[in-house]
Ligand binder design. Sequence first.
Ligand SMILES: C[S@@+](CC[C@H](N)C(=O)[O-])C[C@H]1O[C@@H](n2cnc3c(N)ncnc32)[C@H](O)[C@@H]1O
Length: 356
Amino acid sequence: MAGNSSLRKANKAKQDEFYTQLADIENELKHYKEHFRDKIVFCNCDDPYESNFFKYFAMNFNYLGLKKLIATCYDSSPVAYTQLSIFGEESGKNYSNYFRRAYKIEISSVQDYNNDGAVDLTDVQLLLQNNKNTLSLLKGDGDFRSEECVKLLKQADVVVTNPPFSLFREYVAQLVEYNKKFLIIGNQNAITYKEIFPLLKDNIMWLGHHSGGQTFQVPFDFEQNNTYISNGVKYAKFGNICWFTNLDTDKRHEEMQFYKKYTPEDYPQYDNYDAIEVSRVTDIPCDYDGLMGVPITFLDKYNPKQFEIVDAINRYSLLDIFNTNEKVRNMKSHTCNINGQAKYFRIIIRRKTNAD
Ligand SMILES: C[S@@+](CC[C@H](N)C(=O)[O-])C[C@H]1O[C@@H](n2cnc3c(N)ncnc32)[C@H](O)[C@@H]1O
C-alpha cells in the first residue's frame, strides 16, 4: 500500500538521523593529516550548526592547511528543525532565515587567534564575521545528488562525512563516478553489498582505522534498542560501524602475523566452493596458499601486499551474480555450506607469494 510504503520510507530516513561525535572524528582523522594540505574539503550531509565534521575541519583549518571547507545540509530530514545545535542554543539566531531551508557554507579563512594553528571555535557566526566566508541558501533541498551539490562535489578534493546509511550505495557510487578522495562512515554490513564489495576487492576503497562499536548523538524520538540519555542528550550505540576510504594510511601496510598450521581437520572445505573455511581471522594458516574463506572482519587487517581478495560467498558467489544471476538465485544450497550447514558471509582470499 502506498501509505505503508511512504511510512516505511520515512521511518528508514529517520534512522539516518544520528550525529557523529567530535572525539570519534578526531580519533580517525588524526591518521590522515598529510592528505589535507591545500585541499578543498566537502562535507555534503552536514549542517554546520550541528555537524562535528564541519566543526572539526573549521577548528583544524589552519593546522591541516586547508584551502577551503564547504558544507551543505539537507532540508528534507524527518527531524529537521528539531535537532540540537551542537554549537549551542544561540548560534543560529541571526540566521533564522536559513533554518528552514537547505544551505551551504563556504570557509576560506579561519583566524588563528593564538597563532598556534588551533582555533577554539564555538560559533559558526564567528566564522562568518570574516568576509572570505559565506553562508547562502541552496536552490533545492541539499540532496547530495542534486545538480548544485554535484557542482560543489566537482570542486572538492576530499569528501568527509557520515552519509545517510539508507543511501550508502548511491552515495559511494557518486564519489567513485566523480573520482573523489573520501573518508566516510558506514555500516560494516555494507561490505557485503554487491555494489560495495567489488570496490573493496579491487582496492578502489578500503577500511579506515576504527571498526566496531561507536556511539552517536540521536534525536529524542530515535527508536533503537541501545539508546541512553546523558546530560539531557540522547545517544545510540551502534555495534558495527566502520570508516570507508580511498586515502592511503599506515594501517593498510602493516603485515599480519599468523602461527597456526594447516590441517584438513581444522580447516574443512566448503561443499560447493573450492576453498577452506577459516572461521577466525587470527587462525589463517601460515602455510596455506590456496583459497580461504574468512569473516568480514578480515578487512580491518587487510594488507593488499600480503593477500589478494578473490570473491565473497554466502548463498552464492558474490561475483557470479553479475553474470548468472537467475540461475544462481534459484540455487537452493549456499556456496559457504560445510556438510550441509551454511556459514556466514565469507570473503575469499589468497595469500600473495613473492611471484605475485
Ligand atoms: C547519519 S546522519 C549524519 C549527519 C552528519 N554528517 C554527522 O555525521 O553528524 C546523515 C545525514 O544525512 C542527511 N541526509 C539524508 N538524505 C540525504 C540526502 N539525500 N542528501 C544529503 N543529506 C541527506 C540526513 O538528514 C542526516 O542528517
